[in-house]
Design a protein around this ligand. Structure first.
Ligand SMILES: [Zn+2]
Length: 448
């Protein structure tokens, strides 16, 4: 069966005009990524700190989910989905009901039973494991993750999906027998995070984190470096040492001793914790050791702010007026522009659709090509739109495609190059770029 053609003429992409100097809108401080995502119909605001993710935004989010799922599978982490509502009793047991503060959404059902709209699920997952406790030590480690909506009653929502009231997070929870085993798990997850952030390609820093309300003994934060970042990071210019300013002590680098410390701004996009037994003990998540004794499990918690990663990546990569996606997350990698209606080259329309099918036959490009069939618009206008939306490769089927030896105009947006290619060369060029073995080149192609 023929695959559905992905067309811009039928895409739900409501554009929005935002005045040039708009930076403040009530409490809602506007960032470049937010402006670009709203203007180009990637997201739409539904209320203060709340956003609809539109089809192009979903395409990007789904690519990110796929990337994360792949790395989670390598860790033998299993995907689950916990309810967004968590019984208040669990948070009372862990002590966070009192300490979490005003950012926690608390609510009651019709029977006056209290719940929270969960910002995170340590209690809920500890209670799940407690319900089958004590777990046999043969069953350990247990690693479970979910990708779901989380909620935070932000005093000041700002920067669009970078700081909203509702956001999508990947949260992984791990259960080990001993603290050393939990630390091994920690190292494995950190490696997976490095792979995920490496593939995204935005420059990031891993720093010693602030445990905040989480408790636990060891934590790191992953940040995208950008000037609107609300966290101050202290980074060594010589070695890889970095710490959140909140936990940084001393003037010199504590790791290499002689490096200079520089302060940079970051947006936190990931956080890792060794929690020890601070949740498993009060909630009775235990395992049976070889002597038949029940002990609390050693827990770890690992978050990735999925919607925040998308927005923060755009924030750090994009110039003022065009979206730049990380290549692995762009909603569509290739945009084909058809000839203008009524033009001499209109006869080449067929060629555009044939090219669409040819490109879709490349395995790693299936479903990743969109055709701008809005033939009433000039090619120039559509190239501008494609650049603004952030498609990294734009192929124009224009006059030259009518030559005896047809040529296609290929815009490589990241490299600011325009090439005239014959079909076989075009196929080679694109296949090479999207080939999985060139994943590292893709990474290198992210604009600085
Ligand atoms: Zn250093």
């Amino acid at each position: 069966m023929a695959r559905k053609i992905e067309r811009i003429s039928t895409l739900f992409q409501p554009l929005k005009v935002i005045p040039k100097n708009a930076t403040l809108k009530g409490d809602n401080l506007l960032s470049n990524s937010q402006k670009l995502m709203l203007e180009n119909g990637i997201i739409r605001q539904s209320g203060n700190g709340m956003f609809h993710i539109l089809p192009l935004g979903m395409k990007a989010l789904e690519k990110l989910i796929k990337l994360v799922d792949k790395e989670m599978a390598k860790l033998n982490a299993q995907k689950v989905l916990l309810p967004a509502l968590t019984d208040a009793k669990l948070w009372i047991k862990s002590g966070r009901w009192q300490t979490a503060g005003a950012e926690l959404f608390k609510m009651k059902d019709r029977h006056s039973k209290e719940y929270i709209l969960s910002p995170t699920h340590e209690e809920a997952i500890a209670a799940l494991v407690a319900s089958i406790s004590p777990v046999s030590h043969h069953k350990l480690p247990i690693r479970m993750y979910q990708i779901s909506s989380k909620f935070r009653d932000e005093k000041k929502s700002r920067f669009g999906m970078i700081r909203g009231k509702e956001f999508i997070m990947k949260d992984l929870y791990t259960f080990d027998q001993t603290l050393p085993a939990a630390k091994n798990t920690y190292a494995e997850v950190c490696q997976a995070y490095d792979k995920i952030f490496g593939a995204i390609g935005v420059s990031y820093a891993k720093v010693i984190g602030d445990n905040g309300i989480m408790g636990g003994s060891l934590s790191h934060e992953y940040h995208f470096l950008t000037k609107i970042g609300e966290d101050s990071l202290m980074l060594c210019d010589t070695c890889k040492y970095g710490a959140n300013k909140e936990v940084f002590e001393g003037e010199n680098c504590p790791s290499c001793k002689n490096g200079k410390i520089q302060e940079k701004h970051g947006i936190e996009v990931g956080h890792t914790f060794v929690l020890g037994s601070s949740y498993s003990a009060p909630l009775d998540a235990t395992f049976m050791d070889s002597d038949g004794k029940a002990n609390p499990l050693e827990m770890g918690s690992y978050g990735l702010g999925m919607t925040r990663i998308l927005a923060a990546a755009i924030e750090s990569l994009s110039p003022a007026d065009e979206i730049r996606w990380p290549l692995v997350l762009t909603p569509y990698t290739v945009c084909i522009i058809t000839p203008k209606d009524g033009s001499k080259e209109e006869a080449a329309s067929q060629t555009a659709y044939k090219l669409y099918n040819d490109l879709n036959s490349i395995n790693s490009l299936r479903g990743d090509v969109i055709i701008d069939d809005r033939g009433s618009l000039t090619i120039g206008k559509r190239v501008l739109d494609a650049r603004k939306t952030g498609y990294p490769f734009i192929i124009v089927v224009g006059k030259k495609s009518l030559l005896a030896d047809p040529l296609f105009e290929v815009f490589d947006v990241f490299k600011s190059e325009c090439l005239d290619l014959r079909l076989p060369d075009l196929m080679d060029f694109i296949s090479e770029i999207v080939s999985p073995r060139n994943a590292n080149k893709w990474k290198a192609a992210v604009p600085g």
